[in-house]
Design a protein around this ligand. Structure first.
Ligand code: PMP
Length: 348
């Protein structure tokens, strides 16, 4: 049975969170002398002398309208990377607890685990890049706090079978994090509408991919109100800057433009996949639900280095388990994709 209170670290359960000036006073006032800001202003225009809304309500309301999830079920982090790290800090006791990842997968789950001195257990994906449920189950013990599932997965580009994820959600009494950074490029449905069915589910999304805002640093976690309350308890008080909040709000008005980019990128991904598959050095272009392709080719490392000489940088995954001989290639602009294909065609 899932018991959030029991799952939590003792020190976090007992934690009295920092209460900021903006937390303590929420009413209307003309004179703000409560937060030791610079009352004269700032070298920049507007209100950057003031601390931002610690809970980013306006941004959450805009996200809520788009995603159909109430604002109290949303946490915003400085990139998903902050959403990942805070879960370790809230739930995993250093030197004692463990989490499970399904490699090959996004590297920050492991790095964050190491930073927090948490044991990593690996249920390597099956040859078809799907979850190995038997291995996963065997790795769970009473100190297993989180299972990290990336879907669509980086770097394999596929989505995990929905039924497999549901089996994990139904049977694992700890947190199940489904990282959907690439969900907008996928044919498959998000888990974001299933929060009421699974009290142990955390869905991660980000504005870094489909929204085109990797420079902004805006990660989103969707979960039960109880989990979001824990996030809020452990987060730095003003983790999303005023500038970030303003720009995110502005971007969130442009859903149509973003949907248009997603459609274009998916079309370009399919075209690029076809063209790559036709090259003699290419062995396999794996099906992709993301904005990148995993491509197995002859002498992948050599190809990587040759492309660099042409000023084209892709990601060498050729030494990663299950990705031997593979490069990971982001879908570029039409021109960039053309340059890549020409460079690859000229290799011998
Ligand atoms: N999750 C996955 C699967 C990713 O591939 C990435 C970035 N490459 C992230 C999370 C991090 O996203 P953010 O920019 O929001 O920190």
């Amino acid at each position: 049975m899932f018991d959030l209170e029991k799952l939590l670290r003792d020190n976090i359960r007992q934690l009295v969170p920092y209460s900021s000036a903006r937390d303590e006073f929420k009413g209307e006032a003309q004179v703000f002398l409560d937060a030791n800001e610079n009352s004269l202003g700032s070298p920049l225009t507007k209100w950057y002398n003031r601390y931002p809304d610690p809970h980013q309500w306006k941004v959450k309301e805009a996200i809520s309208k788009i995603k159909g999830v109430p604002p109290q079920h949303i946490f915003l982090g400085n990139g998903s990377d902050e959403c990942i790290d805070l879960l370790f800090r809230a739930f995993c006791v250093p030197g004692k607890d463990n989490v499970i990842i399904n490699p090959p997968t996004y590297g920050m789950y492991e790095v964050s685990a190491h930073i927090n001195d948490i044991e990593i257990r690996r249920a390597t994906l099956l040859d078809d890049f799907q979850l190995d449920l038997v291995h996963l189950e065997n790795l769970v013990d009473e100190n297993t706090k989180i299972i990290w599932i990336c879907s669509p997965n980086n770097p394999t580009a596929n989505s995990m079978n929905r039924q497999d994820v549901e089996i994990v959600l139904n049977n694992f009494p700890g947190l199940v994090v489904v990282d959907e950074a690439y969900i907008n490029f996928s044919r498959h449905k998000s888990f974001i509408q299933e929060l009421s069915d699974y009290p142990n589910l955390v869905v991660l999304q980000t504005m870094s991919k489909a929204w085109g805002l990797a420079g902004l640093r805006m990660g989103m976690a969707f979960a039960s109100e109880a989990i979001i309350k824990i996030y809020n308890k452990v987060k730095p008080p003003y983790n999303i800057s005023q500038v970030n909040q303003e720009l995110a709000l502005k971007a969130l008005e442009e859903v149509d433009q973003v949907n248009d980019m997603i459609r274009q990128l998916v079309g370009m991904r399919e075209a690029l996949a076809r063209e790559l598959a036709a090259l003699p050095i290419v062995r396999v272009v794996y099906p992709s639900d993301a904005n990148f392709l995993l491509v197995k080719m002859d002498n992948a490392r050599g190809v990587y280095e040759d492309l660099l000489k042409d000023g084209i940088v892709v990601r060498d995954r050729s030494k990663v388990e299950l990705c031997e001989g593979c490069l990971r290639i982001t879908v570029g602009t039409e021109k960039e994709n053309m340059e890549l294909l020409e460079a690859l065609a000229s290799l011998r």
